[in-house]
Ligand binder design. Structure first.
Ligand SMILES: N[C@@H](CCC(=O)N[C@@H](CS)C(=O)NCC(=O)O)C(=O)O
Length: 202
């Protein structure tokens, strides 16, 4: 088993943080995104979409999509639970995980994809779309600040995969100068608490 990884990219970090929370060690193989190794025919045999992370199992199965990889390990190693403990809780965690991914992480990533020179020539960049996503991402930070007014973690009382997704998205936003604002005290308190966990170094 191994995970095709990139130390600089936010989606692979989601998996590394998740596994660090569970205390699971998996060998990583760095994929060189700069030289576009991820877009080679060889790599596309592992993931036709040409993106990381990808988990390779010993039976030759390839699993991509960060949440799917996390799901695999959650099933095998339920403790500590990061994706919910019963039907209600699993649904609540999934709701927040999807919100963090769709409403926060993706707009933040789209700012980078549509404005940073790294993606020039790799995708059809639309800078205006990137700027629209910046506004959305900034609004979402304000929304999340309100959400965190009455709870320690995004899905409630316990640290979950929703916190992992939000942490990795918000940290990646710094590259595009998207930042928690001084008045967003709840968000800042949450950020300090998740950032100070050993897993955040993954
Ligand atoms: N939906 C995928 C997204 C994976 C993804 O976009 N990975 C990025 C790194 S964060 C990538 O490999 N980008 C390289 C490229 O687009 O060339 C997931 O959740 O894992």
């Amino acid at each position: 088993m191994k995970i095709y990884d990139s130390k600089t990219a936010p989606n692979p970090r989601r998996v590394r943080v998740f596994l660090a929370e569970k205390g699971i060690e998996v060998p990583y193989q760095e994929v060189d995104l700069v030289s576009a190794e991820n877009r080679s025919a060889e790599f596309r045999k592992k993931n036709p979409l040409g993106v990381v992370p990808v988990l390779e199992l010993d039976d030759g199965t390839y699993i991509s999509e960060s949440v799917a990889i996390c799901r695999y390990f959650e099933e095998l190693h339920p403790e500590p639970p990061l994706m919910g403990v019963d039907a209600r809780d699993r649904a609540v965690v999934e709701m927040w995980q999807r919100r963090m991914e769709l409403e926060m992480f993706i707009p933040i990533a789209q700012v980078f994809r549509n404005s940073h020179p790294f993606f020039k020539g790799r995708i059809a960049q639309v800078p205006e779309y990137g700027e629209a996503c910046r506004k959305i991402a900034e609004q979402r930070l304000g929304w999340l600040d309100g959400v965190l007014a009455d709870r320690p973690f995004i899905a409630g009382e316990r640290y979950t995969i929703a916190d992992v997704t939000a942490l990795c998205g918000i940290d990646f936003g710094k590259v595009s100068d998207i930042r928690i604002q001084p008045e967003q005290k709840n968000l800042a308190r949450w950020y300090e608490s998740v950032k100070s966990r050993p897993s955040a170094k993954a």
